[in-house]
Design a protein around this ligand. Structure first.
Ligand SMILES: Cc1ncc(COP(=O)(O)O)c(C=O)c1O
Length: 405
């Protein structure tokens, strides 16, 4: 079958593929523990559900403007004022089918074939393929000092004549690292000086721990928004536990939003009105669910850290936010794909191989699920990997016998 050159380079999203694998195994009755998940398990805010059902009951479900309904734009404008201290116009806002679509459309708006977009590693799995979908090239910038905290130098060194944009995701999927205020300030100033687009992927910006406060990139820009190349991306998926609603947004210069809207208009005509209404409900409704989720995740993070720190040979940096940690298992196995396969085969624990995020030897472990899953999942992993473990392990009334060394 003849496929396009671009299509041939695109891989399935490994995290979506894992979700499918977990669902299939569970259906077979396997006692799978999913430590690879990318979504909070709490319920969507009641205001989101009520806003949707209200409209659904009317039976009048129509097209909307491609950049979103006025009520959602208004809610995003209010959100931007509250968290980013900027009063933006409706023409500065585009609602999308998730932060993912907002980013994809932003990249399609600014990248020419063969141009480059730089992002720190480890990076979110979709960035390299999003660049490829534009015929462009993703360039990973692994911090030289071996930490998960990049310095400007790490970005600067990779900038060349083909560089068009930088993507910063903090707190970061997969490491949970929240980059320093100094780094964000440096990147904003650097991109302005070098006339580069800067996409700030802020999807986890309020899911942060230990008393940290969200960092506002607009604090460091010297330009008015309509002259700036800063594109802010956010959404309801993670903070409101609304992944399935698929609503995100971009805030940027009017000219950029106009072109992004043209592209999105041809792709999807914009997100579904029902789901936009749900996002309006979430953004304008009672906000306590966000803080409740944040507190739960911080507690889960603490449990995950405690368990991993007692796991001999495993090195892990304490996450500052998100619901992921990125642990170094290279003492056991340097090939993370092989290790991840091994853990699912032997003890039915799903993890995401570090290689997918640009760093082999690591596994991404999520703590967005139940505490019981975190503790039992790590226990099973220890049993599978530690050669000094007892010969048998019970999973419920299933007995596993160690037939490997
Ligand atoms: C860093 C990052 N950006 C964007 C997204 C996509 O979010 P959404 O569900 O709003 O498309 C994710 C989801 O996993 C993510 O981890």
């Amino acid at each position: 079958m003849s496929l396009s050159e671009i299509a041939k380079t695109i891989h399935a999203s490994p995290t979506l593929a894992l979700n499918e694998k977990a669902a299939i195994l569970r259906e077979k009755g396997d006692p799978v523990i999913h430590l690879g998940g990318g979504e909070p398990k709490s319920r969507a805010p009641v205001d989101a559900v009520l806003a949707t059902t209200g409209l659904l009951n009317s039976g009048e479900i129509r097209y909307t403007p491609a950049d979103g309904i006025p009520a959602l734009k208004k809610a995003i404008i209010r959100y931007t004022e509250e968290f980013y201290h900027r009063l933006v116009a409706p023409e500065n806002v585009m609602a999308s089918g998730g932060a993912k679509q907002a980013e994809m459309v932003a990249l399609q708006t600014v990248l020419n074939p063969q141009e480059e977009v730089i992002y720190p590693a480890p990076y979110w799995v979709s960035y390299p393929d999003m660049a490829k979908l534009c015929g462009a090239i993703g360039v990973a910038a692994l911090p030289e000092d071996g930490t998960f905290y990049p310095r400007l130098l790490d970005i600067e060194q990779r900038v060349g004549s083909y560089t068009k944009a930088v993507i910063i995701n903090s707190p970061n999927n997969p490491s949970g690292a929240m980059y320093s205020e100094e780094f964000i300030a440096d990147v904003v100033a650097f991109c302005e000086k070098r006339d580069l687009y800067l996409i700030m992927d802020d999807i986890y910006h309020r899911l942060i721990f230990d008393g940290r406060k969200p960092i506002n990139p607009f604090d460091y820009t010297k330009k008015p928004l309509d002259e700036s190349k800063l594109i802010l991306v956010n959404g309801v998926s993670k903070q409101y536990a609304m992944t399935g609603f698929r609503i995100g947004w971009a805030v940027a210069a009017k000219k950029l939003i106009e072109v992004m809207t043209n592209i999105q208009g041809h792709q999807t005509s914009g997100p579904s009105v029902l789901l936009q209404m749900a996002a309006v409900g979430a953004l304008n409704g009672i906000q306590s669910s966000v803080e409740n989720l944040r507190v739960t995740l911080e507690n889960n993070r603490n449990v995950m850290m405690e368990r991993l720190n007692s796991f001999e040979g495993v090195k892990v940096t304490k996450p500052d936010g998100t619901f992921y940690c990125f642990a170094d298992f290279s003492a056991y196995e340097k090939n993370s794909n092989k290790l991840s396969e091994y853990l699912i085969d032997k003890v039915q624990v799903l993890t995401v191989p570090g290689a997918e995020f640009g760093l082999d030897g690591y596994l991404r472990l999520s703590y967005c699920g139940a505490i019981k899953d975190i503790t039992e999942g790590i226990e099973r992993m220890k049993w599978a990997l530690d050669p000094n473990s007892p010969n048998e392990l019970y999973i419920g009334d299933r007995k596993l016998v160690r037939d490997w060394t």
